[in-house]
Design a binder for this molecule. Structure first.
Ligand code: SF4
Length: 326
């Protein structure tokens, strides 16, 4: 939570501080991108794998010495790259001119869009072949709890509190008996700790009462659990159960879906329901979970909210937004 500023502090200074904080956050996010881990493997082995791949692939950038200035190449389906007009307004902080993106996406034929999406998927597989969830977990229960805690927080913060939490409450049955005050103390740093504690304990009680203490593997059952909506259920189904029931749309995926013009019915990058429906239409089902994870990695490493690195981005030949942020 930001500290209260002095009433006498000049506005210009406050804005400068805000910019500095933001840049610092981006750097932290980039650092995190190289140390995350995914489900199914141990935290240490995943961190090691990601670190090695990070070193080899240089964070999604094209190999050095090869030209990456591809923004002016025509895109498939007659879709043209969009550039910011000289002297025009800079893209809004944290996003792009979304109305233009929607127009772009709508102007492309469904066949051309699917073909272009295929090329984007191939590029993501080359960049992030092992893209997976960065939340540490060894079971569906741990992943579900970690995902609930990750709302309005960072994976790093969640990964710091969950070892303590799961040591004390390793199963839904143990969590169902937990005292809220004890859980609140452990998860305090993730923010919204009272509501999250209520959700975690409520979820555990319902799992014990209605599902014999086992995390269900069906969307219609998962969304009946306290604190679990479609996005959280998608994370657990795709990452732990390896079921492609939907596409996880978080802040990175929403932003990249717009920049890559892979959504055409959503008005802005917060419209998660429409973005997910569009992605489910344009992406082959077996790729849903992978693309969700890979776009999160690409959003952290290359296509950040404020400063996308289009010159280094190997997806730029297939991205209508390439170069518009220069
Ligand atoms: S970095 Fe640029 S080229 Fe790459 S996906 Fe983002 S907007 Fe498109």
């Amino acid at each position: 939570m930001s500290k209260k500023r002095s009433a006498r502090k000049p506005v210009r200074k406050a804005k400068k501080q805000s910019r500095v904080r933001s840049a610092s956050s981006d750097k932290k996010a980039n650092r995190r991108a190289g140390t995350g881990r995914a489900g199914g493997k141990t935290a240490r082995s995943k961190r090691s794998t990601h670190a090695k791949k990070s070193a080899v692939r240089s964070a999604g950038a094209a190999p050095s010495g090869r030209s990456t200035a591809t923004a002016t190449k025509p895109l498939g389906g007659g879709l043209k790259p969009v550039r910011a007009k000289p002297g025009g307004r800079a893209p809004a902080a944290g996003g792009v001119a979304l109305a233009t993106d929607s127009t772009l996406a709508a102007s492309e034929s469904p066949q051309a869009r699917k073909a272009r999406a295929g090329r984007i998927i191939a590029g993501l597989h080359r960049l992030y072949p092992d893209a997976d969830c960065a939340l540490d977990h060894v079971s569906a229960f741990e992943l579900l709890v970690a995902t609930i805690l990750s709302a309005q927080s960072t994976d790093d913060t969640v990964n710091k509190v969950t070892p303590i939490l799961f040591e004390r409450y390793p199963t839904p049955a143990a969590m169902a008996e937990a005292q809220p005050a004890d859980v609140e103390k452990i998860v305090h740093s993730t923010g919204f700790f009272r509501q999250k504690t209520k959700s975690i304990i409520g979820m555990a009680k319902k799992v014990v009462e209605s599902f014999d203490g086992r995390i269900p593997d069906r969307m219609e059952d998962l969304v009946t659990l306290p604190g679990v909506a479609r996005k959280t259920a998608n994370v657990v189904l795709g990452t732990h159960f390896r079921k492609n029931e939907g596409v996880v749309v978080d802040t990175h995926v929403g932003r990249l879906a717009h920049r890559l013009a892979l959504t055409w019915t959503s008005k802005n990058d917060k419209d998660a329901v429409k973005i997910e429906n569009d992605l489910m239409e344009v992406l082959p089902r077996p790729e849903w979970t992978f693309v969700g994870h890979a776009l999160i990695w690409h959003g952290r490493r290359v296509c950040s909210a404020r400063k996308p690195d289009c010159k280094a981005c190997t997806l730029s030949p297939h991205c209508p937004s390439a170069g518009r942020f220069e």
